[in-house]
Design a protein around this ligand. Structure first.
Ligand code: ADP
Ligand code: ZN
Length: 215
């Protein structure tokens, strides 16, 4: 399947995307993961993106489009992809639409994970992420804690709070979402691609998405 996952930070895009990859072999493409790996590697892209990310601001559109155009041409994307964290602005959505037209592809749906703000805030402050860039397993100190010593069950690396998960940066990310990303809901509604999912349970969400895409 080829879908866009929309929703505020903490809405569960990454978790749902991981479940969906197991369903039909579509690959998860997370611009956040790609950027964090670049920052860790200290490469050209990472150097350009680091400041924006730490402040909870968006990385410039042209940089993101370069990454995505290259990534979507990779052979593993043939079976489909789950776009997690992209597009994030109207210009990115417009550019994606043009790119699809150019390569003769079509989106199946844009899924909006509609989660109440109090749930979002609670999730973001209690989230921990495995610091091993090849793993990046997501934990939650309340609902899915890492091992007692704070390390990852999968790989043993420390599960930590992301640099952009301080209270200040979280506030900025939510403001950025409201200003720049929430208009995409209307954009995809006009395109006739919008599917709204209100469940808070990731398995249930994944099933609803599969049903919607099959139609
Ligand atoms: P979130 O939990 O906020 O959805 P992500 O892991 O998707 O986090 O993204 C982390 C940061 O990476 C964002 O705050 C932003 O700085 C940058 N980023 C990720 N995707 C994009 C994008 N499509 N456009 C611009 N910046 C992006
Ligand atoms: Zn791990």
């Amino acid at each position: 399947m080829r879908i866009v996952l929309l929703g505020a930070p903490g809405a569960g895009k990454g978790t749902v995307a991981k479940l969906l990859t197991e369903f039909d072999g579509s690959v998860q493409i997370s611009t956040g993961d790609i950027l964090r790996n670049a920052v860790k590697a200290g490469n050209e892209l990472g150097k350009k993106a680091k400041g924006y990310m730490e402040r909870g601001e968006l990385v410039p559109d042209d940089l993101i489009m370069d990454i995505m155009e290259a990534r979507m041409k990779d052979p593993d994307c043939q079976k489909g992809f789950l776009l997690d964290g992209f597009p994030r602005t109207i210009p990115q959505a417009e550019a994606l639409k043009k790119l699809f037209e150019k390569i003769g592809m079509k989106l199946d749906a844009a899924i909006n994970l509609d989660v109440p703000t109090d749930v979002i805030l609670d999730r973001l402050t209690t989230r921990r992420t495995c610091s091993n860039s090849d793993c990046q397993e997501i934990y939650n100190v309340k609902s899915k804690p890492p091992k007692a010593d704070g390390t990852c069950f999968k790989c043993g690396s420390p599960a930590v709070q992301r640099a952009d998960e301080t209270e200040e940066a979280i506030k900025q990310r939510l403001t950025t979402y409201n200003e720049k990303t929430s208009p995409l809901i209307d954009f995809y509604k006009k395109e006739g691609l919008l599917v709204i999912v209100k469940s808070l349970d990731s398995k249930e969400i994944a099933n609803e998405i599969i049903k919607a895409v099959k139609k």
